[in-house]
Design a protein around this ligand. Structure first.
Ligand SMILES: N[C@@H](CCC(=O)N[C@@H](CS)C(=O)NCC(=O)O)C(=O)O
Length: 278
């Protein structure tokens, strides 16, 4: 293999290949005009059932299960493989062009929220649920929420990209990011050895943020990497992942905006609780 020598100035190689090459670009902003649809509920979610998307639909389903009718929502499908995230309406809600994006239309002026961690905190504060109020517990919950936001890019953009999506398998990046991913799993395993849930005795938005990524990984749903990463070693993570997976709201939330996998698990759009029965 010939070694890559970076040129003096980087230029955009549109032929660089790999899964997602068609949507990756070095510039921000809209590529086309597209008005976003708006449904009947106070909350409008524009998303896809990736781990980042699932966090929000799981929290919304948990809030509805608790009886917070103000959390009723329309979930619209954003097909990132087709470039929907670069439509002008979507960019107005999230200038970063990534799902999930939320528009809260319950007040006089719509409020936009982007970044899944910010959306979880916004909704948990709005409804006063799944987010402790006592300062020490709240700090622990926020610490783990931000841990997830900082850590998952090494799992997804690092390990997942080079192990599953890059045009060829390269030892150096796979080694580097497998090591970091296993370190992160061990961080969680040691925490969950002494704590029922991530932030303490109660199930919070920290669990909801971490589960779709690291729960999905140990349950063998991400990158077909369970054997490679010896996920069976993380016993406490597995115990916690199973407990969360058993929650009916989690099972509903996982299905919203899903357009892949078994047909019976797919629900491309959600506008009503009865949609799950169809
Ligand atoms: N830090 C962001 C990450 C969001 C993100 O990476 N979304 C991906 C799907 S999981 C996306 O929309 N990708 C489309 C693109 O990069 O063009 C969050 O947590 O909301």
């Amino acid at each position: 293999m010939t070694e890559y020598v970076p040129p003096k100035v980087w230029t955009w190689d549109t032929e660089s290949g790999g899964t997602f090459a068609s949507i990756n670009r070095p510039i921000a902003g809209a590529t086309h005009d597209k008005v976003l649809p708006v449904g009947k509920h106070p909350l409008q979610l524009y998303s896809l059932a990736t781990p980042n998307g699932q966090k929000v639909t799981i929290l919304l389903e948990e809030l509805l299960a608790l009886g917070h009718t103000g959390a009723e929502y329309d979930a619209w499908l954003i097909k990132i493989g087709d470039g929907d995230q670069f439509g002008s309406g979507f960019v107005a809600v999230n200038p970063n062009s990534k799902i999930p994006a939320l528009l809260d239309r319950s007040g006089a002026t719509p409020i936009r929220v982007f970044e899944s961690g910010a959306i979880l905190q916004y909704l948990a504060e709005k409804f006063g649920a799944f987010f402790p109020t006592e300062p020490a517990a709240r700090a622990e919950c926020l610490s783990w929420l931000f841990w997830q936001m900082g850590s998952a890019p090494y799992l997804g953009g690092g390990f997942g990209h080079f192990y599953a999506y890059a045009p060829s398998k390269m030892e150096y990046p796979i080694n580097r990011f497998a090591m970091e991913t296993k370190r992160q799993l061990d961080v969680l395993d040691k925490r969950l050895a002494v704590s029922e849930y991530i932030a303490g005795d109660d199930y919070t938005i920290a669990d909801i943020a971490i589960w779709p990524w690291y729960g999905g990984l140990v349950k063998g749903r991400l990158y077909d990497a369970a054997q490679f990463l010896s996920v069976q070693d993380y016993k406490h993570v597995l115990r916690w992942a199973d407990a969360i997976e058993a929650r009916p709201a989690v099972q509903r939330g996982r299905r919203v905006n899903r357009v892949s996998g078994p047909l019976e698990e797919q629900l491309p759009e959600r506008h009503d609780a009865r949609d799950f029965e169809r």
